[in-house]
Design a protein around this ligand. Sequence first.
Ligand code: 5AD
Ligand code: FES
Length: 359
Amino acid sequence: MKTVTEIVNQQLFSAEDLRVLLTAKGRDRELLFAKAREVKESVTGKKVYFRGLVEFSNVCSKDCLYCGIRKSNGKVVRYNATDEEILEACRFAWEKRFGSVVLQSGELESKSFVQRVDKLVKKIKQLSNNELGITLSCGEQSQETYLRWFESGAHRYLLRIEASNRELYYKIHPDTPKHSFEKRVEALQFLREAGYQLGTGVMIGLPFQTSDDLVNDLLFFKKIDIDMCGMGPYIEHEHTPLYQFRHLLQPKMDRFHLALNMIAVLRLLMPDINIAAATALQAIDPAGREKALTVGANVIMPNLTPCEYRKEYLLYEDKPCLDEDAALCRNCLEARIELAGSEIGYDEWGDSKHFFSRQ
Ligand code: 5AD
Ligand code: FES
């Protein structure tokens, strides 16, 4: 059998190689992390890019079994931030020289929602003299909507596949035809064709998920040739149906370590993509996101959601930064990133190098 040292120095990886890396522990894990860091620094550089995250609405038409803001969770107070509040958060990001913002929300397909996002994208472009990059994360939409938002100025889109194993996907999204694996994959294709830098990702440590599923998630990312990835540990939420399967879960710390391994392995598999240090990592370890930056991630998303709404955007338990205001969050991130030995890419969009090498 090949050693981890041999595998990390390859350019191509078989499914078996990926499985070995994903399950690496102790000294082997250290070797994996060191190599991922080296590859990140030599390929994408030492810089870490900020994306100011604005979770502008928690109203959602879907019912994912794991998600705290699912439609059927009656315990959530639904909110819609006003345009002024959203633009204010984006202005803050621009003034603080963040390269870009991410507008994220629950999923709605109504005309008024589509129009609203469109208008917001245009206004963010205006307020920043076209300087702020805009990522959208507003779920599955029609091809026409994706095109429209792209033409208005959004240039990246995050749509996690959540689980690339169709069977597992339906275990956690059983409500068909509202949820459709085929439609989700098709949506990724539409986004690619519309011209976006394409981001996807999965949850790590889900009940019923195996390490082969995670290997196949990595191969899925490679196959559809993503530009960006955001993936983090699954964290249970009491007011969701998946909570009943918590006895099947690995301990939180194991899910955390597995998520770090996934990030490191993905960095080796796709050296020039952008990889985000997911917020969910910080729900388990207070320094979780910074640890991710040392093992291959190069993007971090400080939360700029207006404080009064944050406690209603609880996708999972122990979500961090509930009472930090945006300025405080930024200062603490800055210190932490320096601790993690990286520099901050101010004023830059920090685009995925992979995207341009595909053009
Ligand atoms: N644990 C971890 N991540 C979650 N998400 C939703 N619910 C949870 C949870 N319970 C993630 C999904 C979604 C992203 C916005 O948040 O992957 O795509
Ligand atoms: Fe809103 Fe999953 S619950 S998209």
